[in-house]
Design a binder for this molecule. Structure first.
Ligand SMILES: [Zn+2]
Length: 611
């Protein structure tokens, strides 16, 4: 995820959606909201110094949600036995069986697909026994696995021909959607921008059809206040201040790569405008030729690309299939025949404020990819606690979290304790608390453990496309994603930055980083309301991020529900450097904070299910 405000940090490091994040830097973002007022800060920060005792009617369930109890379940769900809970793999099914055994023990009913009917022939008659509900919701994914991809470069200079070969997964990240074999000449198009209003045309006189295009991301003059691209409209279009806010379907979204793709190039190679590359495959940011982070093992699932069958595709899944992000090393090798480098060309464009587009005669690239396509069988785990009110039991509250993780490979296990065994155990713990509490909720509560989140929110998207309980009768969705890690004095500054305005100092001083959590929710909705009332019993320092319908972050499973106009709340806590690494393990979890977030989720669920 990138920044806290956008709640997309995990997406950015997720290779499958890396392209999406990349496209975002070109996306037009809405105009900057008006400056924040003190009352907005007061509304957003829900702070409690000393919690009150929990309401008597929900207390028995509440008291079960102790750090010890939730950590006991979390330890097993994030142990090596679960093999990183990869979607469609054995580890996920083992974790699913663990959850189902708990659901059964606590007396919840299966909420998944109907099992097959059975038939018997007896006494000269065929009798049919209808199938029973299972705990699974099955769906299928198409998996495209890159076996190999390469970028072969041939630069002719005078009589000499220099050849170089770059391999995907070693030298650059390429998540090809299929087989490809193309050889074509190369055109450098600068930033690839045509803006007639300011007389800027980097494509003038160039025919891109069938060519391989080398383009810089964003726009020229990012750090130059005098650049014409600093004017508001163009800045929003090409240089958004809030990077990587990827909102599929946002009507204002503009993507220059999509526009370039319409001109028929064989491929578009994008090199970062920033002075550093993000080496997508190695998951390393390279600054001044030196890796910023240390080498990390690379999860196997990043070398495959999944798409969901039976639900509408997201825009990022259909756009940009010929777009490949390359490093400066590759860009410079391509430009070698022209005797220049990408940074020299960038500087030139920005200094003389004129396009420097040019065909690169004598330079040819060969892009080859061979991909294997297979079908992956995946499933969500769904249980239901039937409502106690004869009428209201036909209405539903969904409580969900993604149970899938990055899997295991080459002797490494991505335990994903925080991401997102923590949220999944939150769902299980609330199920237990609701069952054990003497007073039962009036509405039915559907407990969902999603799969496929890391690779495209597949499980929750499939549920919304094929709801097991009518969406029209679904009153809300509670989502937990990464709720177990605490902020410290330094890291808490980031989510709080935007609230630092004159007059807010006293309020901000009260915040205890160890109890800081975030909740994104529908603007002015009842979930927001309940947080202000129920946090009094829990004692979190909560940042409440209220958003207009349809504008939730696309980084987790509440998003498909928001798109379906179902009110939602999405809890999270600190994102740390262990995010998506093999070091995301249970001993780093902050039990007190973790239990508090689950308690707030529990009280919220009780309130909404019983309103
Ligand atoms: Zn997650």
């Amino acid at each position: 995820m990138s920044d806290k405000e956008a709640f997309v940090k995990k997406r950015i490091l997720t290779a499958v959606l890396l392209l999406a994040a990349f496209l975002t830097s070109y996306g037009q973002v809405p105009a900057k909201p008006p400056a924040m007022k003190l009352e907005d800060v007061q509304k957003a920060l829900v702070l409690i110094e000393k919690p009150e005792p929990a309401p008597a009617e929900w207390k028995a369930g509440f008291d079960l949600l102790t750090p010890a109890n939730v950590l006991a379940m979390l330890s097993f769900a994030s142990s090596d036995w679960m093999e990183g809970r990869e979607t469609g793999a054995k580890g996920f099914l083992m974790a699913a069986d663990y959850a189902i055994s708990l659901f059964k023990m606590w007396g919840l009913k299966p909420g998944g697909d109907m099992g097959p009917a059975s038939f018997r022939f007896q006494d000269g008659q065929v009798t049919q026994t209808p199938g029973e509900r299972t705990f699974f919701q099955a769906y299928s994914l198409r998996e495209v696995e890159d076996i190999k991809g390469s970028l072969g470069l041939e630069v002719r200079k005078g009589d000499t021909i220099k050849k170089r070969l770059f391999r995907s997964g070693v030298d650059f990240g390429w998540y090809s959607s299929g087989t490809m074999d193309v050889t074509a000449p190369v055109v450098f198009i600068g930033y690839g921008i045509q803006e007639s209003k300011i007389g800027w045309d980097e494509l003038k006189g160039l025919n891109l059809k069938g060519k391989i295009v080398l383009v810089l991301s964003e726009a020229p003059g990012k750090d130059d206040p005098k650049s014409p691209f600093q004017a508001k409209e163009l800045k929003d279009k090409y240089l958004p201040t809030s990077p990587a806010v990827y909102t599929p379907g946002s009507p204002a979204r503009y993507n220059k790569l999509t526009e370039l793709a319409k001109l028929g190039p064989a491929a578009i190679l994008v090199v970062s405008n920033a002075g550093q590359d993000v080496d997508t495959f190695k998951n390393l940011a390279v600054e001044k030729g030196r890796p910023v982070s240390t080498e990390q093992p690379f999860p196997k699932i990043y070398s495959r690309r999944l798409s969901l069958l039976g639900a509408p595709p997201e825009e990022y899944e259909t756009a940009g299939s010929v777009t490949i992000s390359v490093t400066r090393e590759i860009a410079d090798a391509i430009l070698e025949g022209a005797g220049t480098t990408i940074d020299e060309l960038k500087k030139k464009i920005e200094t003389i404020r004129k396009p420097a587009s040019a065909e690169l005669p004598g330079t040819r690239l060969t892009l080859q990819a061979e991909a294997k396509t297979t079908l992956v069988k995946a499933c969500n785990v769904v249980a239901i606690l039937e409502g106690s009110d004869p009428k209201l039991k036909d209405e539903y509250l969904v409580i969900g979290a993604h149970y899938d993780g990055l899997g295991a490979s080459d002797g490494n296990v991505w335990n994903g304790a925080d991401d997102n065994a923590s949220g999944s155990i939150g769902v299980l713990a609330i199920a237990q608390a609701m069952v054990m509490n003497p007073k039962k909720p009036k509405r039915s509560v559907v407990f969902c453990l999603w799969s496929g989140e890391e690779e495209g929110l597949f499980g929750s998207r499939f549920y919304v496309a094929h709801p097991l309980f009518p969406l029209a009768k679904t009153v809300g969705c509670i989502n937990f994603d990464m709720i177990s890690r605490a902020y410290d004095d330094t890291t808490s500054q980031r989510p709080l930055r935007k609230y630092k305005i004159p007059g807010s100092e006293e309020l901000l001083k009260k915040i205890r980083p160890a109890f800081l959590a975030g909740a994104q929710t529908l603007q002015g909705g009842e979930f927001a309301d309940w947080q202000r009332r129920l946090n009094a019993f829990v004692g979190l320092d909560l940042i409440l991020d209220e958003r207009a319908q349809g504008t939730s972050s696309a980084g987790s499973d509440h998003n498909p529900f928001d798109k379906a106009k179902i009110p939602y709340i999405y809890y999270d806590a600190a994102s740390t450097t262990d995010y998506h690494k093999v070091t995301d393990s249970v001993e780093k979890v902050a039990g007190d904070l973790y239990a508090k977030i689950i308690r707030l989720g529990y009280l919220t669920a009780c309130a909404v299910a019983d309103k």
